[in-house]
Ligand binder design. Structure first.
Ligand code: ASP
Length: 323
């Protein structure tokens, strides 16, 4: 069996933390994974500890750094796959950022853990080994960025953290995982749709994400209008509707040519311009809101940040969010 070159990037998260006697989980001086995983049969591991951060500390600039690091390293080594360990809280955002920007065909796998390194039933090492299996599998090529946790293989586009503490937290609502990984190997049962990557070199846009709720009015949006806002994502109600009291501010934002992307706070389904009442999707479409095709709010925000680096054109933005 030929040896495969795999880049293993550690960024932090629970997978690299430990629990002390009081039950507090925190990062230590060293990431224990660096010592645990040194040699895997038929794999030449190139291990880099680029961050040691809990994932609530990860920023889009960190994500861009990971993308640039991968692109630089691919040119240095003849890589066959990449595994990134990451805190689970924002793992889906980093995975989606990389999926939207990387132009590579080798497997890229993100993984993490719900229990830290010395806890009973810790899942970190297991998830890491599963991820290495996927990253070295030829069947995982050309599938975009993948998330491997708890024996399942998910796409970056569909996966989301659904539970605060359960090991089976990562799910792809509506679509399910695209494969499984177990003792027998790596098995895919679906091929994801792959879109052309967005070419992004820097991040300069300020994009906010807000969630609509019953009785919401314009106050929060008016406050956002006093800031430097380049784009806004609204998690709307149901199929893409908002309370009518939000409309005055929505109109002001669109008059200022600030793009607003609409997603749903439902975690299944897509937004559509169905309802014609005040605040209904049909009216929002007429106002120029961009309807996203099923991304959740946090991923639509990442996508709008990235898209705005490539275009300000409304039709181009609509096309990007239709993919
Ligand atoms: N709060 C932790 C983090 O995201 C959770 C985890 O890694 O599972 O860093």
């Amino acid at each position: 069996m030929p040896t495969k070159n795999v880049l293993l990037l550690h960024t932090g998260g629970t997978i690299s933390m430990h629990e002390d006697d009081s039950g507090e989980v925190r990062p230590g001086e060293r990431n224990p994974l660096v010592d645990y995983i040194k040699q895997i049969p038929n794999v030449n591991l190139i291990t880099e500890e680029i961050f040691h951060l809990p994932s609530p500390h990860i920023t889009p600039d960190n994500m861009l750094y990971i993308k640039d690091f991968i692109e630089r390293t691919i040119n240095t080594y003849d890589l066959n796959g990449i595994v990134i360990t990451h805190g689970t809280d924002t793992l889906e955002e980093t995975a989606f950022f990389l999926d939207t920007t990387l132009d590579i065909d080798i497997p890229v796998v993100l993984t993490g853990a719900m229990r830290s390194s010395n806890e009973l039933g810790s899942d970190g090492l297991y998830n890491l080994l599963s991820s290495l299996k996927v990253a070295t599998s030829d069947s995982a090529r050309n599938k975009g960025v993948l998330v491997v946790m708890n024996d399942e293989i998910h796409t970056a586009k569909n996966v989301t953290k659904t539970h605060t503490s359960n090991l089976a937290t990562f799910q792809s609502p509506q679509y399910g995982p695209i494969g499984i990984v177990n003792k027998g190997g790596v098995f895919f049962h679906h091929n994801p749709v792959i879109n052309a990557p967005l070419q992004v070199k820097s991040l300069t846009k300020n994009v906010y994400l807000i969630k609509a709720y019953a009785g919401m009015d314009s106050q929060l949006l008016d406050a956002l209008l006093t800031t430097k806002m380049d784009g806004l994502v609204i998690e709307a109600l149901g199929q893409g509707n908002i309370p009518p009291l939000m409309l005055p501010a929505i109109e002001k934002i669109t008059q200022n040519s600030i793009p607003i992307v609409l997603v749903s706070r439902c975690f299944n389904g897509i937004v559509q311009d169905v309802y014609g009442y005040e605040g209904g999707g049909r009216k929002l479409k007429e106002l120029g809101l961009i309807f996203s095709n099923g991304l959740n709010g946090q991923k639509a925000r990442i996508k709008l940040m990235l898209a705005l680096e490539t275009t300000q054109n409304h039709h181009d933005l609509e096309a990007i969010f239709s993919m």
